[in-house]
Structures are given as C-alpha cells and as structure tokens.
Design a protein around this ligand. Structure first.
Ligand code: NAI
Ligand code: MG
Length: 488
C-alpha cells in the first residue's frame, strides 16, 4: 500500500493497489522474426530474452537477427515494393492503414499492458497516451495515402523504396507508428528494428499486420541489439534509413552511410529548457514541470530536463515543486495509481545513478523524495538538482531519467541565452501570462518544438524533430511525409 499525505488536511491517505490485470491475453514464450509475412527463427537459431524491468522476470524469448536475416528481410521488403506496394493506388494502401488503426484500437488493452510490462512505463500512460496516439498516427496517415498530390501541389510524388527503421525503447509502439505509418502511406516498404529491451509490442504489431491482411513483405520486423541495427544500416538494399535514439549512435549511422545515396533522418537526444516567468500561473507551471520531467520516468527525448525559473519566483516554484513531488507514487507500472514506473533497464538505471553522483561531485545540491520504492526491479525516486552551473554535466548532457536541473534567470534574454547554451535543439517550454513573451521565446529558442503554457503534447498532424545534435528531419504532419517521397 502506498501512503500519501492528504494535501488539504495533512492526514494520511492510503491508496489500495489497483493493478491492471494481464490475464486477458497470453504472451508466447518465443517470438520469431517477421519476414515476408511470416514469423521465422533467426538463421543462427540465436535468441535473447526480454525482461519486465519492474520484476526482473523474463517475459519472452525473441529471435536475434544477424546479417543473413537482415538480408532476407531487406529482400522481402524489396520484392513487396516492386511487385505490390509501389503499384497499388493510394486509396488501396489507405484501406490497409485504416484497418491497422482499427485493429490497434481493438487490441488496445493488450497492447497497453504489454507495453507497460516490457518497458516499465505506467499503465495510465501506455493506456491513455502511447496506444491512442499510435492509433491516431495510423488514422492520420491513412488519410494522406490517397491525397499525396495535395500535400505537394504541382509535383509528381513517388515513393523512395525500402526503408530501414531503427527505434528506441522509450515509446516502443508509438515509435513503430511514427516510423511505419508515413512510410507505408507514401508507398514504401519497411524493415523495422525495435530496441532490444522492448521488442514485444512491435512483434504484436507484426501480428496486427497479418490480421489486417497487409501484403507479405510490406512490413518486416527484425529483433536484435545494436549489431542488428548496424547490419541493417550497412545493407546496400536500403533507400532510406530513419533512426530515433542516442546522438552517439546517430553519428555512427551518419558515418556508415557516408558516400551512399541512402537518405537519412535522425531524431536524437535533447536537453530542453522549460522556462517559467514570474507572471506565469505558478500552480499550472508546477504541473507542467512535473509532466515535463517525470512523464515516462524522464525517458523522453523532448523532456523538460532543465528548469529555468525567474529569480523572483524561484523560492515559491521550488517549494511548490517539492510539495507536489511528495505526492508522486513510484512503483508497479501496472498499478493505475502509479505516476512513475520502472526504469527501462539496469543499464539505464546505472547511467542515471551515475549522473546523480556526478551532479553531487560537481557541487550541485540533490533533492529526492522519500517515497517507498519496490525492492525488486529498477526504480529511481523523483529528483532535482539546485545550485547548478551552466557548465555542469547534469546541465549539458541528456540524463534520460527522472532528474531535473534547476537554474534561475533575471531577464528574458538571459533565459534565452541559457536555453540555447546546449548542443541539443529538440524542444522547449515557456510559461507566462503574456502572449508577446511567448512569441519572443518561441522565436528565440533554436528547437523544433516549443510548448507554451503546456508541455509534452503530441499530435500526428504536428511535425516533430530537432536542430543541432538533436538530429534532422521531421515526423508527423505534412513535413513528416517529405522524407518518404521523391518529388519531381
Ligand atoms: P541507443 O541509441 O543505443 O538505442 C536506440 C536504438 O538503436 C536501439 O534499437 C538500438 O538497438 C539501436 N542501436 C544501437 N547501436 C546501434 C548501431 N551501432 N547501429 C544501429 N542501431 C543501433 O540508446 P541506448 O544505448 O539504449 O541509450 C543510451 C542513451 O541514449 C540514453 O541514456 C538516452 O540519453 C539516449 N536515448 C535517446 C533516445 C531518444 O529518443 N532521443 C532514445 C533512446 C536513448
Ligand atoms: Mg523488456
């Protein structure tokens, strides 16, 4: 049972556990690679296991794809492209995308529970955000499939061919949707590699493609670790690579593609500034700070991981933030009361713990709540640092965990200067009562997405992507179609 203080009366309230059941579906013990419309074992026969990071128990064994499997998948995608998909009318392609969207809806409960079990995110988020947004992405792109000439007026629009897509573990199913929906809508075929800690919803998505009767080879899914991803990038049969993940791997992919005609889009890390002005609605801003950094355990490339607060309200904001953080419940991802679930993997948990040490060694002051956390599994209490300098590693580097760095500023220009003093440029936030300030900040920050008086809002019609070391290319909206078409 989780104890939490009654915010109004100071007495203790207890939440009874409220776990979402997982007996309405059955995971298989083993999953193959999805190539040419069929599940097949890896040529080497090798498998790896994926665990539940909240319990450390193995959920399933998944085929480990090597070079041979990558080659087979790319060939399957090429055949499907040449023989079926590129020739099909947009209207027909759209029907498949609508069908996929509807099956995701039908299987939403299963997908949400599996997403939370495999990756550690709270069921409230997988149920209310990941799965509905993934569905919305397919519906949205289904609508584009037969309207591409209107997206690019006056141009002849052609698909580009076979796309190799590599995705991370923080939004496993949603990233499948962001990558696959525009590619298929534009007439390309796909070989997707999900992250090694979270392959299960991508494999369920492969089942959904089968159920939708998607022609064999249009969507292929190869599971494995970084070496599988690297083998995919190296394959000469790809016309396009799309990657979401760390900046280091993004750079390695760029190098690997140098000298080839394969097109590339990269969606990499971030270190967004969330700027609170003294005239903001402070209580709402505090909710926005919480959402900005603790949503999805802070495993969010566009997380508001740097708080910039105007000096005159710094004390008030920090005090209210502490009070609000005391109510955050860390624990079982399947419990509907849980705010912060499990850290995705031991490696990521260790990385975050390292940053907590580094921050203190650099001289910053750490605050953590004292909420109970489970004995098993990977968990980190919500944390923030004050007394940080712009040069500190915890201000400059992406931590990708529930750890906020708090700095103050006096003037708008100082806020902008600090916000832009980062190698990244993915997102940002501004909280103020004044419209003019919103426009000054949104124009002044070099970032792909900037939210005003809200944070972490996503919509399939709204393009998402970065500048600088956050990568290039956009996903979503009309802009997101561009990397998947050739225009003449
Ligand atoms: P990662 O970049 O290694 O993993 C992302 C995907 O890339 C996975 O599917 C992985 O198997 C694949 N991959 C790894 N090496 C590859 C290679 N050489 N060629 C092709 N594909 C490769 O990220 P990792 O190591 O899991 O996390 C490290 C840090 O990266 C995190 O702490 C976080 O800061 C950042 N990150 C950022 C993400 C974002 O959405 N911006 C997502 C995941 C991680
Ligand atoms: Mg897992």
């Amino acid at each position: 049972m989780t104890e939490t203080k009654n915010p109004t009366k100071g007495s203790n309230w207890s939440y009874a556990p409220s776990p979402e059941s997982s007996d309405h579906f059955k995971l298989k013990d083993q999953y193959g690679l999805f190539i040419g419309g069929k599940f097949v074992p890896a040529a080497s026969g090798k498998r790896f296991s994926t665990i539940n990071p909240a319990t450390e128990k193995v959920l399933a064994h998944v085929a480990d794809a090597g070079e041979k499997d990558v080659d087979k998948a790319v060939r399957a995608a090429r055949t499907a492209y040449e023989k079926v998909w590129r020739k099909m009318s947009g209207r027909e392609r759209g029907k498949y995308l609508y069908r996929i969207a509807r099956i995701i809806q039908e299987r939403s409960r299963e997908l949400a529970v599996v997403e939370s079990m495999d990756g550690g995110k709270p069921i409230r988020e997988s149920r209310d955000l990941d799965v509905p947004l993934a569905t919305a992405h397919f519906f949205y792109h289904a609508g584009w499939a037969d309207k591409l000439p209107y997206a690019f007026p006056g141009k002849a629009v052609r698909p580009i061919g076979v796309a190799g897509q590599i995705i991370p573990w923080n939004f496993p199913l949603l990233m499948v949707a962001w990558k696959v929906a525009p590619a298929l809508a534009c007439g390309n075929t796909v070989v997707l590699k999900p992250a090694e800690t979270t392959p299960l919803t991508a494999l369920l998505f492969a089942e959904i493609c089968q159920e939708a009767g998607l022609p064999d080879g249009v969507f292929n899914c190869i599971t494995g670790a970084g070496s599988t991803g690297a083998a995919l990038v190296k394959h000469p049969g790809l016309n396009k690579v799309a990657f979401t993940g760390s900046t280091d791997v993004g750079k390695a992919i760029q190098k690997s593609l140098a000298g080839r005609t394969t097109k590339l889009t990269l969606e990499l890390g971030g270190k967004a500034a969330n700027i609170i002005f003294e005239d903001a609605a402070i209580d709402q801003a505090v909710e926005g700070i919480i959402n900005g950094i603790f949503f999805n355990q802070g495993h969010v490339c566009c997380a508001g991981s740097r708080l910039l607060v105007q000096e005159s309200v710094e004390k008030e904001v920090v005090a209210k933030l502490k009070a609000r953080m005391a109510h955050l419940i860390v624990g079982d991802p399947l419990d509907k009361n849980t705010d912060i679930g499990a850290i995705n993997s031991k490696a990521q948990c260790d990385r975050i713990q390292d940053y907590l040490k580094v921050g203190q060694e650099e001289g910053a002051e750490l605050f953590q709540t004292n909420c109970p956390i489970p004995d098993k599994g990977y968990f980190i209490r919500p944390s923030f640092f004050t007394k940080v300098a712009q040069s500190h590693r915890i201000v400059q580097e992406e931590i990708f965990g529930p750890v906020l760095a708090i700095q103050s500023f006096r003037t708008l220009n100082e806020a902008l200067e600090k916000a832009n003093n980062t190698p990244y440029g993915l997102s940002g936030g501004v909280w103020t009562d004044k419209g003019a300030k919103i426009f000054k900040v949104t124009r002044g920050i070099r970032a792909g997405v900037i939210w005003a008086n809200t944070f972490n809002k996503f919509d399939p019609a709204s393009p998402f992507g970065g500048y600088k070391e956050s990568g290039y290319g956009r996903e979503g909206g009309r802009h997101g179609l561009r990397p998947y078409v050739e225009l003449s």
